[in-house]
Design a protein around this ligand. Structure first.
Ligand code: ACO
Length: 336
């Protein structure tokens, strides 16, 4: 009898806009400083698309997708499902997956958009794994992509949120494997909607008629708002918890993990998570210093950087872990 089919990542690609926005650049737009941002978040710079360039999350997603296809040695015509995770889609609706599909000339394959914010990539990879194990699809393009810069309040009023975010996309090709030593091992996903309004964009929102008014605009309700301290407290609790949940479910110890790839929302969050997990420095990887929080793009960006730095070798046990708006959080173990 053959090995049970599992899934694995066959290729990773990223797209990072050329424009670098340093903390000093932000200090010319609002009352903030390099010292404050570095001390509280670890972020030194982020990339934003050029204002008015018309570049959306779908464009960055397409660029990342072609690079992931190259690494995987897969032709675009072989893709049979596109999953797109984003909180900053080109349009309110439809989602980015069909837009990417058209830009890549892949109609009429299936397209799925998911809205799990910073946990979007972990949710997306779990969905891809389940579809492949079910035999429904064989070559899934999963993209996490964001153009946050267009939606941020660049005045002092928005500084608590605006300094955190950057634009980017990351893509992976997920396909079947019968190799037990190189596959997605498990995923553990959670959410708690009681925290939904702690980090959200309120308008446009169809709980109001009209869903976007002049008053909403004047009050800045189209900008993200965040209860930073509450989100921080939840992130440092939930991330270690869901890593331990994954280890327990698989009869593994923290020492079995080769590298933890955590979502990059704040370096202080990740330092606390590292401490709570008892991880030495060589078992966790961060790159928030260069990119800020790129939400659904963060984990593939991190994966790509860790590969380039030689920190990931075949068969290594990796743990992806994320927490974000919703609240949503989750961990995913995979043997690279
Ligand atoms: N520059 C300078 N001063 C600032 C800035 C800034 N950019 N932002 C806030 N401040 C000020 C505040 O006004 C406040 O001033 P006050 O004391 O005079 O009132 C002071 O700095 C302290 O503000 P706090 O909000 O208490 O700062 P804190 O140490 O909590 O850091 C931060 C804020 C960085 C946002 C932190 O709370 C955080 O990282 N939270 C979690 C973010 C996160 O995990 N998000 C989830 C993922 S995102 C997603 O899913 C989309």
């Amino acid at each position: 009898m053959g090995q049970m089919i599992g899934s694995r990542i066959w290729g990773v690609g990223t797209a990072i806009p050329d424009r670098v926005v340093t903390n000093h650049d932000l200090a010319t737009m609002m009352e903030t400083s390099d010292e404050w941002i570095v001390e509280r978040t670890g972020i030194r710079e982020r990339h934003w698309v050029e204002d008015g360039s018309g570049v959306g999350a779908s464009d960055l997603g397409v660029q990342a997708a072609y690079k992931a296809l190259d690494m995987a040695g897969v032709k675009k015509e072989e893709i049979d499902l596109i999953i797109f995770a984003t909180l900053s889609p080109d349009h309110d609706f439809p989602g980015c997956a069909p837009i990417v599909q058209t830009k890549m000339g892949l109609a009429p394959i299936a397209c799925l958009d998911i809205r799990q914010q910073c946990t979007g990539f972990v949710y997306g990879l779990s969905v891809a794994d389940a579809f492949i194990k079910a035999g429904a699809y064989k070559r899934i393009l999963l993209i996490g992509g964001e153009v946050h810069s267009a939606g941020l309040d660049r005045t002092t009023k928005g500084r608590d949120v605006t300094v955190l975010f950057g634009d980017a996309a990351g893509a992976v090709i997920v396909g079947p494997t019968d190799d037990p030593e190189r596959r997605i091992v498990s995923y553990h996903l959670h959410a708690d909607g009681a925290g939904a309004l702690d980090l959200c964009v309120e308008r446009p929102g169809c709980v109001a008629t009209p869903r976007f008014s002049r008053q909403d605009f004047e009050e800045g309700k189209h900008f993200p708002k965040m209860n930073g301290k509450k989100v921080f407290r939840n992130a440092v609790t939930r991330m270690p918890e869901v890593v331990f949940e994954a280890l327990l479910a698989n009869g593994l110890n923290i020492s079995d993990i080769k590298l933890v790839l955590p979502h990059q929302a704040n370096l202080r969050i990740n330092e606390k998570v590292q401490q709570l997990l008892g991880l030495p420095d060589d078992k966790i990887f961060n790159n928030i210093q260069k990119f800020g929080n790129t939400t659904a793009a963060t984990i593939p960006l991190l994966m790509s950087d860790a590969l380039a730095a030689g920190r990931i070798q075949p068969k290594d046990l990796l743990c992806l872990v994320a927490f974000g708006a919703g609240y949503t959080w989750g961990s995913l173990l995979l043997r690279w």
